[in-house]
Design a protein around this ligand. Structure first.
Ligand code: C5P
Length: 224
């Protein structure tokens, strides 16, 4: 289980930046931040080395690649990643894919496997909540450790009888009152996410594009 003892572990800062140098600069500007997201943009540019850079700085890593392929291919890819294992890894798949990935992760690895449900950039529709709950159910059935969903569906997932209380729930689409929503649609504040039962939030632009990223991060920490 990812430790959430530190209040700062609740907030995962998304390093949605184009290359290693600017990403490291951002990490070093945020000494109080303990958990960082590496997504496709930075991973494609900087490779597995960026995970080593974060480890050397004692940071936790959320590797958000939303992996989806045939189970064997996913399993082999995740085996390679275990050379520098992330703390959280996202998939966007069904039960066979989750099972295959879990089989590539040994007991002493810190990697916890999360399944994406419905992207927070998508508008709410009549079926969003049901879809998120269904994906939470299949993730638990397959032995996944958690899900990514918006704060709008988090309390519904927490109230499902077949969802264990230790399920990790990561909410992107988080904004404070002072922020715009960018392309996110189903947004919540950090406090709303926490109260709904999220274990982590992912925050990118409100911190990384702020004129004072450290100040923005500290204000965010104070807000819940
Ligand atoms: O800049 P912003 O705070 O909107 O960034 C949110 C981050 O969370 C992005 O890195 C995005 O890829 C990620 N994310 C998301 N919705 C999901 C899964 C991940 O917005 N369902």
């Amino acid at each position: 289980m990812t430790t959430t003892n530190l209040k700062s572990d609740f907030v995962i800062v998304a390093l949605d930046l184009p290359e290693r140098e600017s990403a490291i600069k951002m990490v070093d500007q945020l000494p109080e931040a303990t958990f960082f997201k590496v997504g496709m943009e930075l991973f494609f540019s900087a490779g597995i080395g960026i995970l080593q850079d974060l480890r050397q700085r004692n940071k936790k890593i959320f590797l958000d690649l939303k992996i989806h392929d045939i189970p064997k291919t996913m399993e082999k890819a995740v085996r390679v990643l275990q050379s520098t294992p992330p703390d959280l890894l996202t998939l966007f798949c069904g039960e066979p894919g989750i099972r295959a990935v879990k089989s590539a992760i040994t007991g002493d690895s810190p990697t916890r496997v999360l399944n994406v449900t419905v992207l927070t950039s998508e508008e709410e529709s009549g079926s969003t909540r049901e879809t998120v709950m269904e994906r939470a159910r299949l993730t638990c059935n397959a032995g996944g450790d958690g899900i990514v969903c918006s704060g709008w569906e988090t309390s519904a997932v927490r109230s499902m009888p077949d969802v264990p209380p230790e399920l990790i729930i990561v909410n992107p689409g988080v904004r404070m009152a002072e922020n715009g929503s960018d392309d996110q649609k189903r947004i919540v504040t950090p406090l709303q996410a926490k109260q709904a039962g999220a274990t982590h939030i992912v925050v990118g632009r409100p911190v990384t594009l702020a004129s004072d990223p450290r100040g923005a991060f500290l204000r965010l920490l104070e807000s819940f």
